[in-house]
Structure formats: C-alpha cells, structure tokens
Design a protein around this ligand. Sequence first.
Ligand code: PMP
Length: 409
Amino acid sequence: MTSLPSVAKPAPESRKRPLRLARRMSRMGASAVREILKVTERPDIISFAGGLPAPELFPVKAIAEAHETVFSSQGSAALQYSTTEGWKPLREWIGRRMQSRGINADSDNVLITSGSQQGIDLVARIFLEAGDVVVVENPCYLAALQAFSAYEATMIGVGSDEAGMRVDQVERVLMESAPKLIYVVSDFSNPKGTSLSLDRRARLVELSRRYNVPILEDDPYSELRYRGQPSPSLASLDEDGLVIYLSTFSKTLSPGMRIGWVAASSELIYALVIAKQATDLHTSTIEQRAASTLLETFDYDGHISELNRVYGSRCFSMLEALESHFPKGMRWTQPEGGLFLWVELPEGVRADALLEVALRRKVAFVPGAPFFVNAPRRDFIRLNFSNQSTEMIEEGIERLGRAIREQVS
Ligand code: PMP
C-alpha cells in the first residue's frame, strides 16, 4: 500500500541547549498539501492534485525576449537594488488595468510584491497581533491560513456555498468577535472554484464599512473565466478605502517570475512599503522590468483568451467526465473559471483512504481536510483541471470513479 507522508519534520539536532524558536512556530504546520504533492506529482500518476498553471502555455519566447531587451538596454540598472514600491512603469500599467476594471487606483496605490502570497503576508503583518481575529470563508486558501497563523491570529470560518462566502454569517462574527480583517477570494476560490455573488459582494462591502473592518480581497483568478458574466470586484465597490486588493501575474504569465501586487489606499500602501522593506527590500528588479517590457508589446489579452480557451475546455471535460464516471448522486461545484473544483464524497468515503486507493490506480487529488479552519472535514476533495490534457482528464476521472466505487461497496 502506498502510504502518505506525514509532514516531513526533521529530527531535532541533539544539543545540550535546545534552540528556542519563536512561539508562533509551534502554531505553524508545514503545508499538508505541499507534502502530499511530493507523492502525487510522480510522472506515472495522472495528478489533479497541484494548483499549477499549464507549463506548455507559458509564453516562454516572449518572456525570454523581454529579458534580453532588459539586459541589452538597461542591464546594469536591472541588476541594481531598486525601490520598495516597485518599478514605476509596471505600477503604471497595473494602475491602468485596475482602472479599466473599475478600481480607483493609480500607480501610487500599487505596491509590487513577490507574488500575491507576499501581499497576504504583508497585510497580515501590518494588521495582526497575537489573538486578533480574521474572518475567512471555510474552506479557505491554505497558505492564507498559514500566513495568518504566523502572526498568531485566530481564524473564524464562516460557511460557504455555491455563491461563495456566507456573508449572512459574517455580521454575527463582526458583532461578537471584533475581527481585524475579512479575507476572501471573490472569484473562483481555492479550493472550491466558486465565486461570491453580486448581492453578497455589495453586502460584504457594506458590512466592512459599517463595522470599519478592512477586507483583504485576494484575486489571482478572475481573469481566468470560461463562462458566465464577471461581477465587479469588491475593490471596485469600495468607496471608503477599506478593500485591500491583491492580484498576480502567476496564473496569467508565470508563477516563477513571482510578480504580484497590492492595490490599496495611500495610507495602507505606506504601511505595507515599510513592512516590505523589512522583509525583502524589494521584488526582483530584473523580473519587474522584464514583466513591464513584455506588457508593452505582448498581446496580454490575446494570451489570456488563449488560456481561457484551453483551461475552459479542460474544465468542461472534467465536469463531463465527472457526470459520466462518478457514482450518481454525488455533488461537486460548477466553476465558471479558475483552476479547481470541489467534490463531496459519498457517505462513508474518507478522502485520505480514497487517496491511497487512487494512487494505486495512478491518479491523485488533494484531500479537502487541510483547507478547513477548525474541524477538518474528511469527505471533500479538491480537483485541479488546468494541468492535464482533456484525454488525461477523461482517463484520470474514470480511474478515480472506479476508486470511489471500490470504497463505497
Ligand atoms: N491566493 C490564492 C487564492 C492562490 O490560490 C494562490 C496561488 N496558489 C496565491 C494567492 C498565491 O499566488 P502567487 O504568490 O503565486 O501570486
């Protein structure tokens, strides 16, 4: 039987005097998902486990040419330290993009970060003290939970359904627990693939204003839409500078470039810049200039259309394959975009036991438990559809369907 790894914590060195790590480290586990990926990403396995964009769709040539242009025209400046806020032409491009999406931000409201993950960390750093409460959708993006734990915050999860976070449950938490922050992935969440409905968006922004609690809107996925109509971002509905908006080029250009951004009020950008100075001084000068150079000439929107064509067909293939191969009566989300969908297992089937059977059949997924805030549920799994061809999706879901039937009977 393939056994799953436990979190790979090295044995402590034998020392006379033990090292005294910060108390917060005892609250921070390694990401269970990353540990699982070590097993599931073997080449012989059809993996729906990772959250990776498809590497065959990276615009490698255009990115390489942008780097060459940067080296030949601004080589020494590109190798030098630079400002914490980020490369001005890139911030200007992002500011224009934000404005075209109805977000009232110019380049001075934009801070370039090393991926949007750093944005989550910096926002947590400027807001959270030990014991502070963060409201999150349950289940929630795991690495956001990790970032909040690093500041010894307490996460309170509110329910979630096909229309995203149960905003009707947020007010009670606002009244009873005086949270410092509300964290939400408004479009195509990780792990569920669901989006916040328009009326819930308006209500959430209204609650944020009434209780003066900022919203951290994490939006890595909204450009990856395969059907349905976009809803306005929370940031575009905000008139009080209470929404802090995060996005990234990780899913549209390349995650390896590590370029994301925060768009927020000047007051918050100032605090975030100070926090970032202490973290890494600035995001890679070369990568920022390469991204900026690329965006001057590259057909970014055309590239996103191509991503949406390919990912959309993978998403729909997976939905069709689930209908054909999973036992009748099972339920899963119906994403309109993003990279994931979320499946509820039949009664009595546990995701971790299923993964062992699935790995024997050479197919993998991520069990849902690590995404839950408190009581982990063992009856959900996350499936990624962006990183396998439609043929492999059909084959992998058929194998997974057989593994589920084996567990049911
Ligand atoms: N937020 C969410 C919801 C994500 O799924 C991810 C990537 N898995 C990130 C943030 C981080 O993205 P990056 O740091 O690569 O921009």
